[in-house]
Design a protein around this ligand. Structure first.
Ligand code: PMT
Length: 393
């Protein structure tokens, strides 16, 4: 496995030499990228000698002529570790600033990211750094918390680089996760459906597609191929996912049915309209003083239909949007829809469910087991959910 070790300018940079060796012993091919400030503490020559690989120091380095290193290394990395991460580097990574080789490389990469901060305790505790850490966690970066103790500047508090074994363990954990869906295709339904009333109006709901897109990204972080059948939503699907766009529940069923036979796992995160207008008028229904009646007919149950065409033994996971935390209705859906499990989100909360970036899931398995995710970013919830499903007996 290819690991890029980014080293930024903290006194703790001296420990990244031992860290590089430990990672090599753990089986990683380690390539190092130094920031300008890191070069005040450690040298390119040191890491080239230790790793036997070129070490990048400037945004224009190009060890292989004609291949831009920031793209080349970003693509080939299986994991990126930034250790030590200074306040400056950490805050730049969170903000998406790319003004040197390391930050450019991280921004250009889809690889899982591990960050081991080391800095003055006040810098670590500052609101800016806290917000950056939250942002990075929301993007599924693994943060190896610094330790409490005496730091180089003479102060005491949380800011010492974590132990080398803790950092190597975090890298091992994230790379183990990144192989869990290797070679597998996961079909995800996402977003709302729109059921037309006439040529300009439709019935729909508040789903944004964020949960479905987070699931697709999580599948990719776990090494799988994501196929997203999504209704019209604002969330942008991740680059690299196969995306099929649909409008109505009937479209969604048709598209997903064709893809379900190739899927190794199916997740229904879409908020599919249960009913559609029996008739959709051509043109625009004109205003008059008379009431009009709207007759609705039931839509097919997409996820239940997919169970009929999926490969034998494929796990099908539904979502349940419930207005409270009662789980009985969701349990009935497991049976009615033939699901392996259902993830319940309480859509009456302001920080969960529709159109927000966080969620909290109660996962109910068909065999009676239950688990809870806690309140997390949708991406972290998605990773948690997929790991629960993949690790289930
Ligand atoms: O898109 P976001 O803004 O990020 O919001 C995410 C979400 C709240 C939409 C998502 O987390 C969620 O809860 N999705 C399921 C919403 C829903 O329709 O729940 P339900 O209880 O009505 O349906 C249960 C399951 O059956 C779901 O997996 C649903 O996709 C599926 N279903 C429902 C009806 C139908 N006709 N066909 C279906 O496949």
């Amino acid at each position: 496995m290819n690991l890029v070790l980014g080293v930024s300018g903290s006194v703790a940079a001296y420990r990244s030499a031992d860290l590089a060796r430990e990672l090599m012993r753990a089986g990683f091919v380690v390539r190092v990228c130094l920031t300008d400030a890191a070069e005040k503490f450690v040298t390119q020559a040191l890491f080239e000698a230790l790793t036997g690989q070129p070490c990048l120091t400037s945004a224009f380095d190009e060890p292989v002529a004609g291949r831009m290193a920031h793209i080349d290394w970003a693509r080939s990395a299986d994991v990126i570790l930034v250790a030590p991460a200074t306040a400056n580097t950490l805050n730049k990574l969170a903000a998406g600033i790319a003004d040197d080789m390391l930050t450019t490389l991280v921004l250009a990469s889809e690889a899982p990211l591990v960050i081991a901060p080391a800095m003055n305790p006040h810098m670590y505790g500052s609101e800016v750094t806290r917000n950056s850490l939250d942002e990075l966690r929301a993007r599924a970066a693994s943060i190896v918390e610094p330790l409490e103790g005496d730091v180089a500047c003479g102060e005491q508090g949380q800011g010492k680089l974590a132990s080398i074994s803790a950092i190597v363990d975090a890298v091992r954990e994230i790379t183990a996760r990144s192989a869990k869906l290797a070679g597998k295709t996961v079909l995800i339904t996402s977003g709302p459906t729109r059921e037309p009333l006439d040529s300009v109006r439709f019935l729909s709901n508040r789903s944004s597609g964020k949960m479905g897109s987070a699931l697709a990204r999580a599948v990719m972080l776990m090494g799988g191929q994501a196929t997203l059948v999504c209704g019209p939503g604002s969330a942008r699907p991740p680059l690299g996912a196969q995306v099929v766009r649909v409008e109505t529940a009937l479209d969604m069923l048709e598209a997903a049915r064709g893809l379900a036979q190739r899927a190794d796992l199916i997740v229904g995160a879409a908020a599919v309209a249960d009913y559609r207008p029996e008739q959709s008028a051509h043109g625009k229904i004109r205003r008059s003083s008379e009431p009009i009646e709207l007759r609705l007919v039931p839509n097919p149950d997409v996820i239940a239909e997919l169970g009929k065409v999926a490969k034998p033994g494929v796990r099908i996971v539904g979502f349940a949007a419930e207005p409270d935390s009662a789980l009985d209705a969701a349990r009935q859906k497991i049976v009615r829809k033939g699901l392996f499990a259902i993830a319940v989100n309480n859509v009456s909360r302001p920080d969960a469910g529709f159109d927000v970036d966080s969620n909290e899931l109660s996962l109910l398995f068909a065999d009676g087991r239950t688990a809870r995710s806690g309140l997390q970013s949708k991406l972290s919830c998605a990773l948690w959910l997929l790991e629960q499903i993949v690790d289930s007996p």
